[in-house]
Design a protein around this ligand. Structure first.
Ligand code: P6P
Length: 333
């Protein structure tokens, strides 16, 4: 039997996973349509005149790329009239997005980073789309921002598309992590890897070392021990990677292990880290834990955090379980 398409996979899952309702299936199909459209737009790049700055900033004060705005609009267009969501939120929108007048309310809330790593777009490096799906609170007709403030452990589904040499869709429904590859001739995502698993040990770490002087001592200690390699207490050499696209770094870790860190740093002490909890850290943490890894702020499990802001930032340390537990232990030591 040939490998299933995303649609066939979700139909089969519906019989084994109660969480996979018809609405969730439809929502994920619409998300996959958006990811295919974003993949096409990225592939055209300069040919479509969509590289460079949009001339606006997002709520984070970050310059928006034309593709940031285009990708956000593509996801909204694919989902707002699906009848599957009651509200949406993204890195590119200040507050939650209410459905257009007349649109049928669905059972889910979705948060997304439409184009993670977009600073890499103009230099042709892999970027991605990250999504996090929550239940709409029971009995709510008109959702509020506070309805989105659910801990990451409440996610029904989380996933990402990574736009690299291949366009991949990786998702979890709470029963392991599976990977689909876009067959561009068919126009379908085909299941190509099941039950992705992160090795508990690794020799590879990912961190932006230019921030070293701003790190807290436990992170400095942990990284310096790895840099000491077999001459130091770790007794083995390590390798470093930093793509500056969280999706690309996390996909590498899901594929072959590693530890990814964007820790708290004093570069801007008003921020509790760079990455956003709701649409970066939470979805990636669910995927990593479902693949046998771990994900903390250095002190607490990310999926346990009770959100207080749509765009709140958290320190992130995720990946191979034994490494995350070691560096977390240094923080709690
Ligand atoms: P830096 C991309 O902007 C992002 O949010 C993540 O995808 C990535 O891991 C990080 O920021 C890169 O940050 O400071 O190294 O550019």
């Amino acid at each position: 039997m040939s490998a299933p398409t995303l649609s066939q996979y979700l139909l089969a899952k519906q019989h084994s996973l109660p969480v996979v309702t018809p609405q969730l299936q439809e929502l994920l199909m619409q998300v996959s349509v958006a990811c295919k459209a974003i993949s096409v737009a990225i592939g055209k790049g300069a040919l479509a005149g969509i590289l460079g700055q949009a001339g606006s900033d997002n709520i984070q004060g970050e310059e928006q790329k034309k593709l940031d705005v285009l990708s956000n609009d593509i996801v909204l267009a694919a989902t707002e009239n699906s009848g599957c969501v009651a509200g949406l939120a993204s890195e590119e929108m200040d507050d939650i997005y209410h459905l257009p007048a007349g649109a049928k309310q669905g059972d889910y809330l979705m948060l997304f980073d439409p184009l993670d790593g977009s600073s890499n777009i103009d230099v042709n490096v892999s970027v991605g789309t990250i999504f996090s799906i929550l239940h709409k609170p029971e009995g709510k007709n008109s959702v509020t921002t506070e309805d989105f403030f659910q801990a990451g452990s409440k996610q029904v589904c989380a996933g990402y598309a990574v736009y690299g040499p291949s366009t991949l869709l990786v998702l979890t429904l709470g029963d392991g992590v599976d990977c689909f590859t876009l067959d561009r001739e068919l126009g379908e995502f085909i299941l190509t890897q099941t039950r992705m698993t992160i090795p508990v040990d690794t020799r590879e770490f990912a961190i932006n070392t230019s921030n070293m002087r701003f790190w807290e001592q436990p992170v400095r200690r942990y990284v310096e021990e790895m840099l000491a390699g077999q001459t130091g207490i770790r007794g083995k050499d390590f390798n470093m990677r930093w793509v500056a696209s969280m999706v690309a770094d996390v996909h590498r870790i899901l594929t072959r292990g590693g530890v990814f860190m964007y820790p708290f740093d004093l570069k801007d002490s008003s921020k509790a880290g760079k990455l956003r909890l709701m649409y970066e850290a939470n979805p990636m943490s669910l995927l990593v834990e479902q693949a046998g890894g771990a994900s903390t702020t250095g002190r607490v499990r990310i999926l346990d955090i009770q959100p207080t802001g749509l765009h709140q930032r958290v320190p992130v340390i995720l990946g191979s379980k034994n490494e995350v537990e070691l560096v977390t232990g240094y923080h709690l030591g």
